[in-house]
Design a protein. Structure first.
Length: 273
């Protein structure tokens, strides 16, 4: 199923597909999940990413696979059509932010929980990943509206300095959520649909720091939980190109300007491929 939106519609979270009420063989599945992957020029990685989410695993954990493409001119969309349940395409000449791409994916999602996963990231353990999310989603006892994941690097790429960075940064994310600030890496953000809609989704005008901005706003109406059991692995390609100092400097500056002025200093996020 394919969708196409004009640029004017990108900020809206209004277009909704009808819910799929298929029963699941897994008795623990009481909610539907929507896995949303924003893409842009990702032909090198996207096939290996999407192949992980087989029809069997989708049926087992009752989730749909959505690709929201930002105007790729390579083979990204062609590859995505082979594996995804739904695709939504950006067809404006203006560059789409990843925030707008995620919002577009959410606009055609039918799940009760939205899982935003970057195209260069994947769960370390699929069964544990979805089992933990479903356990959280079915637990309505607390006021937890979103999950922040533990993030690490691809085993084939990770070095000792990367391990040190990820250890420290995950502690930092856990601490910010512990003190009630609200924080979660954009590599994977898991949000209850009603909470996502209540805060208006991502701010599509923010080029970088949109992940921090979303969880900061969610934290005003619900809790954000840091879950060490949900581990997501990412490519270290940005750190390799720019180094940790420059990357962290940009992260920090964007976070400050997002908090103070509701916008990022970064005008266009460079795609590192």
């Amino acid at each position: 199923m394919h969708y196409r939106l004009s640029y004017e519609q990108h900020d809206k979270i209004a277009l909704k597909a009808e819910p799929n009420h298929k029963s699941s063989a897994n008795k623990q599945v009481d909610v539907k999940l929507s896995l949303i992957i924003p893409t842009f020029q990702e032909e090198k990685l996207i096939e290996e990413q999407l192949k992980r989410f087989t029809p069997e695993i989708r049926k087992k954990y009752n989730f749909e696979l959505i690709v929201s493409d930002g105007g790729s001119t390579d083979k990204t969309v062609e590859i995505a059509k082979k594996y995804s349940d739904k695709i939504i395409l950006h067809d404006s000449s203006k560059r789409q932010t990843i925030a707008a791409g995620r919002n577009n994916g959410a606009s055609i999602a039918s799940g009760d929980v939205l899982i935003f996963l970057n195209a260069d990231s994947y769960p370390a353990d699929l069964d544990k990943f979805f089992s933990e999310i479903l356990k959280w989603a079915n637990d309505k006892s607390g006021n937890c509206g979103a999950i922040a994941c533990y993030v690490s690097g691809f085993p084939s790429e990770i070095r000792f300095k990367d391990k040190v960075f990820y250890f420290l940064h995950n502690q930092y994310v856990a601490f910010l959520n512990f003190i009630g600030l609200g924080m979660g890496r954009g590599e994977c953000q898991i949000v209850r649909r009603n909470v996502f809609e209540q805060v208006g989704g991502y701010n599509s005008e923010i080029v970088a720091g949109e992940d921090f901005d979303l969880y900061r706003r969610i934290n005003k109406i619900a809790k954000v939980k840091f879950c060490r059991n949900i581990v997501v692995l990412e490519s270290t390609r940005r750190f390799r190109k720019y180094g940790y100092f420059k990357t962290l400097l940009y992260w920090g500056l964007n976070a400050v300007t997002v908090m103070l002025f509701n916008k990022s200093i970064t005008k266009e996020w460079e795609a590192v491929r």
